[in-house]
Write a protein that binds this ligand. Structure first.
Ligand code: AMP
Length: 417
């Protein structure tokens, strides 16, 4: 049975906590953004304050073998500083018995990178490129078999398990999906995970209407499942960014050299037809800022979205689109935003995306619930200083996308079931 972190008795217990400390490091191994470390602190501090001790586990990067470049030793000092207690380090996550035995209430231990072991992901490594299907199958079966012992070892260190790693909740890995089974009555979510789950429920299960989703980004293909799931939930769907041009082309518009996916045109038409059937209003940009090169210094002009000349490409939403979207957004009671509506990395094409951030903040101030998910949208609200002015900013890119597709994430399911 799932427990709650606020009511669980941690006194004298060892808690093994899966966090997402996959932080960016520079060439000297300095942390360039510690958001993920700070995000886990409420959970970690809670366990220590309640008289427990911590065994913290995470992955860092995508090592394919033991590789000092991806060692979590680089972050021990910073984690200690954030936590306010010295954090011990176990150089091998599978050989930490001595360090674990030495842990006293109020103390913390960080395990070395879980992904030094293929068993964490449960995928074979080092297979020859010309390996036969049979060899691949055998290697997969072997790693799945040794994964059991890997997970059992991690579980043996602790009395209870906390998953606070939303960023990896969509991965069915040893430390996210399998370990929970060893703690049938002593498993729970951390505060970060709980916040993310609540935010997702607020839009997917308990949305107040009108509900508007703003889905942008580069490709329809990467967000097709999100668009399809949104059709079941929303009143309005704003489709912006590069993916919008596939929809414009599908409806017979001329899109010049704009980003698009011809093979997704049937799906785009299907989405438009389904929306009509369900009474969902779809808003694709009416006008577009176009550029004669994919460069911040390119020549630009604004044209109707279906009249983009050859040699030009759409790079941002136009002013008329933004006026329409503004009306829709400000009239909404629930808002979900994922993906930029233009090439916002280039300052001259960032206007639309920054405007969406501003409108979400304004709608939230007026009482709407707003969830922002996905790296670029999060960057946009942060850049505008609006991160605290929207209701929730998600810390998970891929995990949030899969949740918005309507999938139950393995890391969440394992604790709930
Ligand atoms: P995604 O990862 O699918 O959310 O896409 C984000 C990327 O989409 C960002 O790097 C944007 O620069 C890009 N993007 C947004 N609008 C456009 C556009 N009109 N043309 C090309 N790329 C775009």
């Amino acid at each position: 049975m799932q427990q709650h972190i606020d009511s669980y008795d941690f006194k004298g217990k060892k808690a093994i906590v899966r966090v997402d400390f996959n932080v960016p490091l520079d060439e000297n191994f300095n942390i360039t953004d510690d958001t993920r470390i700070r995000a886990a602190m409420p959970t970690l501090k809670k366990v220590l304050a309640a008289g427990g001790s911590l065994i913290i586990m995470s992955h860092l990067g995508r090592p394919k073998k033991v590789d000092p470049k991806f060692s979590l030793k680089h972050i021990v000092a910073h984690v200690s500083e954030c936590l306010g207690v010295p954090v011990a380090f176990a150089e091998d996550c599978q050989k930490a018995d001595a360090e674990v035995a030495a842990l006293k209430p109020g103390q913390a231990l960080l395990l070395e990178n879980l992904r030094y072991y293929a068993e964490e992901e449960g995928k074979p490594r080092g297979l020859a490129e010309d390996a036969s299907d049979e060899e691949k199958k055998a290697a997969k079966a072997a790693v799945k078999e040794s994964q059991k012992a890997f997970v059992k070892k991690l579980a043996s260190y602790a009395d209870c398990y906390i998953n606070d790693a939303f960023g990896t909740a969509h991965r069915a890995h040893g430390s996210t999906a399998l370990i929970a089974a060893y703690f049938p009555n002593d498993k729970m979510f951390g505060y970060l995970m709980e916040g993310e789950i609540k935010a997702i429920d607020n839009v997917l299960k308990n949305a107040k209407h009108p509900f508007t989703a703003i889905i942008g980004g580069s490709k329809v293909s990467s967000k097709l499942a999100v668009l399809e799931n949104m059709l079941e939930k929303v009143d309005n769907l704003i489709i912006g960014g590069g993916m919008g041009y596939t929809f414009v082309k599908a409806q017979g518009g001329k899109i010049g050299n704009s980003l698009h996916e011809d093979d997704l045109i049937p799906q785009a038409l299907e989405i438009l037809a389904k929306a009509k059937e369900k009474g969902v209003k779809i808003f694709v940009s009416q006008d577009t800022l176009i550029a004669d090169a994919f460069s911040n210094d390119a020549n630009t002009q604004v044209v109707p979205s279906g009249e983009i000349p050859e040699g030009w490409e759409g790079v941002d939403a136009g002013p008329k689109s933004l006026v329409t979207w503004e009306e829709v957004i400000l009239a909404s009671k629930t808002l979900l935003w994922n993906g930029p509506v233009g090439v916002f990395e280039m300052p001259n094409f960032a206007n639309g995306t920054l405007k969406i951030a501003e409108l979400l903040a304004k709608a939230t101030e007026n009482g709407a619930y707003s969830l922002v998910g996905g790296g670029d949208s999060v960057a946009a609200v942060t850049r505008m200083g609006f991160a605290k002015k929207v209701s929730y900013v998600s810390t998970g890119g891929g995990a949030m996308l899969e949740a918005l597709e309507g999938k139950l994430l393995p890391g969440i399911a394992a604790v709930q079931e």
